[in-house]
Write a protein that binds this ligand. Structure first.
Ligand SMILES: *[C@@H]1O[C@H](CO)[C@@H](O)[C@H](O)[C@H]1NC(C)=O
Ligand SMILES: *[C@@H]1O[C@H](CO)[C@@H](O)[C@H](O)[C@H]1NC(C)=O
Length: 412
């Protein structure tokens, strides 16, 4: 009996250790903490798969638990006034510096877009709340954190359009004046899918004739920037890396457009391109846009193009083709559309499937004459900026946040 329990205990422990242990590169700091954190995410992901398989609740519905556990009610403190508003029907959390008596100076503003693959996340999660407060106090800025609607309930272009509506609303002279914002000192920023939305809205705004106010800067934290080639060297190198394995990123991409699993399967195989989208592959040619060190171990081959024997793009309908829309894939525009963009800060991480998206955008923006600050973290992993709250606080998150805010201080 005693022996039996010991055997069970040992088996349980080795199973747990086996489950938690993952081959995480030695260079990454606080590896065990990252393994534990990631095992929580993987557990939720497995439960989400199971739940969807059993027909209980869809995958993203279960994954949203990760967002819920970190949600807080944003409240004012001694330095920051926090209110929840609606800008043209879209929810925003507005952070303002508390007014000092007799200070009528106009301030900076940052429109912040949270990450979560367009399917998860919220501006009310505590790491985003903390980041917003840090920006308010260190930059004396108004921070607008946008609660855009999420896929799969709201597919593309709804999340993008929500962001665009908020920006247009905020950029009215009357509204900027109401919050004492200097129209020449507004930045757009976001992490991951939020970086995607930030890059996309910067591009679209430049194209709108008669738009009186534009962004002074765009700050993109490990942004997602293209859905055409999901086998870049960073996708290959980091396909099993925490916290964003390739499967999950592909899942986010496909769910952004459609719930039809055919797109997910085609994207997993990197065979989702149609003859039309393939004409844009030149904009994401990693053998041309990545510095040698990032691609020398890989031989370039262009993604396979599905020729419509089963109808358009292998039987996938119109919504699936949106992945080639620059509002979803901001890398897919010609150089002429990049030239007038605001100066950019781009943060990339070595251990991130999205590394090459960010590096390629840095290359292309620079080639088009845009001022770019590219910060690459050799020991960075995707999602790191979020880990500022105990018990999942990482040193690298603090370094990244400080450098990012420093850049805004000097450039906005
Ligand atoms: C990608 O760039 C390489 C040169 O770096 C070139 O040989 C190749 O034809 C390009 N392919 C596409 C699809 O643009
Ligand atoms: C790339 O191509 C070269 C030359 O054909 C070959 O020797 C090498 O093994 C290839 N590398 C990979 C990673 O496929």
């Amino acid at each position: 009996m005693r022996l039996g329990s010991i055997i069970v205990l040992v088996a349980l422990c080795s199973f747990t250790a086996y489950y938690i242990y993952e081959p995480i590169p030695e260079e990454i700091e606080e590896r065990w903490k990252l393994m534990l954190t990631n095992s929580f995410f993987r557990t939720v992901s497995h439960l989400a798969d199971l739940s969807e398989f059993l027909g209980l609740k869809d995958y993203m519905g279960v994954m949203y638990i990760i967002t819920v556990v970190e949600k807080i009610a944003p409240v004012s403190d001694e330095h920051v006034k926090v209110t929840e508003e609606k800008f043209d029907g879209v929810e925003v959390v507005l952070y303002q510096p508390k007014l000092q008596e007799g200070n009528n100076d106009l301030r900076r503003a940052v429109i912040y877009l949270h990450g979560g693959g367009w399917c998860l996340g919220s501006s009310r999660m505590s790491p985003y709340d903390l980041l917003a407060r840090k920006m308010v106090t260190e930059l004396d800025a108004v921070v607008l954190s946008v609660e855009y609607r999420l896929a799969p309930a709201h597919h593309f272009p709804v999340p993008y359009e929500d962001v665009h509506r908020v920006v247009k609303h905020f950029f009215q002279k009357r509204v900027l004046a109401q919050y004492s914002v200097d129209p020449g000192r507004v930045a757009v920023s976001g992490d991951s899918a939020g970086g995607n939305l930030a890059a996309a809205v910067s591009q679209q705004l430049q194209k709108e004739p008669g738009q009186p106010v534009t962004f002074k800067a765009q700050a993109l934290i490990y942004p997602v920037l293209q859905a055409l080639d999901l086998n870049t060297p960073s996708y290959q190198q980091n396909q099993d890396m925490p916290l964003l394995p390739r499967t999950l990123m592909v899942r986010f991409w496909s769910e952004y457009f459609t719930t039809d699993k055919a797109l997910f399967r085609a994207m997993m195989a990197n065979t989702h391109n149609s003859p039309e989208s393939s004409t844009l592959l030149k904009f994401v040619n990693w053998s041309a846009f990545l510095p040698e060190t990032f691609h020398s171990k890989y031989n370039y081959s262009a993604p396979v193009v599905a020729h419509g024997t089963r109808g358009d793009a292998g039987g996938m309908g119109e919504p699936s083709q949106s992945f080639a829309d620059p509002r979803a894939s901001p890398l897919l525009v010609p150089d002429a559309d990049l030239r007038s963009l605001p100066k950019a800060y781009i943060l990339t991480c070595e251990y991130d499937v999205l590394r090459d998206d960010g590096i390629m955008y840095a290359t292309r923006l620079r080639a088009a004459g845009v001022e770019v600050t590219h910060e690459h973290y050799d020991t960075g992993f995707h999602g790191a900026v979020m880990f500022t709250v105990w018990p999942t606080d990482f040193l690298i998150a603090r370094r990244m946040t400080n450098n990012y805010v420093k850049w805004l201080k000097e450039n906005l």
